[in-house]
Write a protein that binds this ligand. Structure first.
Ligand code: AMP
Length: 425
């Protein structure tokens, strides 16, 4: 074959797309209920936006960005995530002037030049949400509740919510120091990447997925020993509200996440069945990013969901999504019958019933026998087939065949749409 999709990038084919609609529709419905509006952010941004926002020493910025120079000599990057763009847009358009609380969501492709493996792609899709303008821990619990409610709607029942607080600019350095002390003695046991991370951004070592590093890190100090009183109180508040919402969580003091902008609350939703790439969503609070980007001091919190991984869970049987295969097939035999088939096709579809026909017309295409048309109806797996012949038409009738019962009857042509609506609903 001459052309193939490039490595780590995949087509989403019919049969799959129904699952994507199902996920997106449920997300949109729930976002609306929770008072969110959609924002459509560009796919390209200036490279500096991500370098500054995500953090110069994160894996994403150091190794994974698709960056290029455009014809004007400017360094441009295909977005690796959504938050930096949403924050930029929020400031650029002064959205904080409209409401004290701003709730935004987005959906679309992200690009990271990672090593492709099951559940990890170079172009992948995220559904994300951000809330600006509220410091109360109840908003943290609210956005986590939204996420968990969405997963419940999608039928995901084996997921775990991991929760941590990474503290603030006062207590995180204390944690960093205790981590550095711990890591210093174990550098030879850590992978090459983590040795580099140790120099530049030791917190990143917590995020390493390599087996040996995760084993070493099992005994590492967690954030709980370093958190300041205010940050601890905030975390306790989040937990209190999560309990009111009936959301179960696991405290994970070593949950770091791969982006630098998080402060205080961080969380990740995982499903063990996904293996190494088991996170289906992650997020947290980022109280200084708006200010860092040149905006006012406004706190924010958000999350991003990995859509491909949700689709994998749906494939594991968590939910059966109805496909879009037709429910009715129209077979036509004869010139008048062909025209009637086309008319009925339209009328039936207008009533919201999925319908296909053979498009037979001997004047343009070879004759299609009843046998071949019935074969097609069987391939489609329809519940009903309408058989229209010129003879029946002369008496104002069509044949309605119930494919499951293998029974057929004559129905008046004026009644046929009504009868189908009654039977299919
Ligand atoms: P992040 O933006 O890194 O916090 O990721 C949020 C979610 O996006 C993760 O929990 C994954 O579900 C998904 N995700 C991140 N990177 C990839 C990738 N390379 N391929 C597929 N999904 C990804």
């Amino acid at each position: 074959m001459k052309y193939r999709a490039i490595k780590g990038v995949k087509d989403i084919l019919p049969g799959e797309t129904e699952k994507w609609y199902f996920i997106e529709k449920n997300a949109r419905d729930l976002f609306e209920t929770f008072g969110f509006s959609e924002i459509r952010i560009p796919i390209i941004e200036k490279t500096a936006l991500f370098a500054r926002g995500i953090g110069e020493t994160t894996d994403i910025v150091e190794k994974e960005m698709y960056s290029f120079e455009d014809k004007g000599g400017e360094s441009i990057t295909l977005r690796p995530e959504g938050t930096a763009s949403v924050v930029r847009a929020y400031i650029e358009h002064g959205l904080y002037n409209n409401h004290s609380l701003t709730k935004l969501y987005y959906m679309g492709p992200m690009f990271r030049h990672e090593r492709p493996q099951a559940g990890r792609y170079r172009q992948f899709y995220q559904i994300g949400a951000e809330i600006f303008g509220e410091d109360s821990p109840s908003i943290d619990a609210d956005i986590i509740t939204l996420l968990m409610d969405l997963f419940k709607r999608l039928g995901l029942n084996n997921i775990e919510l991991q929760l941590n607080s990474l503290g603030c600019e006062r207590c995180r350095p204390v944690f960093r120091e205790s981590l550095v002390d711990f890591l210093k003695k174990r550098l030879p046991m850590l992978c090459e990447d983590c040795n580099r991370r140790f120099e530049r951004n030791p917190l990143r070592v917590l995020d390493c997925k390599s087996k040996t590093c995760s084993e070493v890190m099992r005994d590492s100090p967690g954030m709980e020993g370093s958190r300041c009183e205010k940050c601890q109180r905030h975390l306790d508040g989040v937990i209190e509200y999560l309990l009111i919402a009936g959301i179960r969580y696991i405290l994970n003091p070593r949950l770091a996440r791969g982006l630098d902008y998080y402060t205080r609350t961080t969380f990740e939703i995982t499903d063990k069945r996904l293996g190494a790439q088991n996170a289906i969503a992650g997020g947290g609070r980022y109280d200084s990013l708006v200010k860092d980007f040149g905006g006012p001091q406004i706190s924010a919190i958000g999350f991003a969901i990995g859509v491909e991984r949700i689709v994998s869970l749906i494939d594991m049987g968590d939910k059966v999504i109805p496909g879009s295969s037709p429910e009715v097939y129209i077979a036509a035999l004869g010139e008048e019958a062909n025209r009637m088939a086309f008319d009925l096709l339209r009328q039936i579809r207008l009533r919201g019933i999925r319908c296909e026909t053979s498009y037979s017309d001997q004047r343009f295409v070879p004759k299609k026998s009843l046998k071949s048309q019935m074969k097609k109806a069987n391939q489609y797996g329809v519940s009903y087939t309408l058989i229209i012949g010129d003879n029946e038409l002369r008496n104002g009738k069509v044949i309605l065949r119930d494919m499951k019962k293998a029974e057929q009857e004559e129905v008046d042509i004026e009644d046929i749409v009504k009868v189908l609506v009654e039977r299919i609903g």
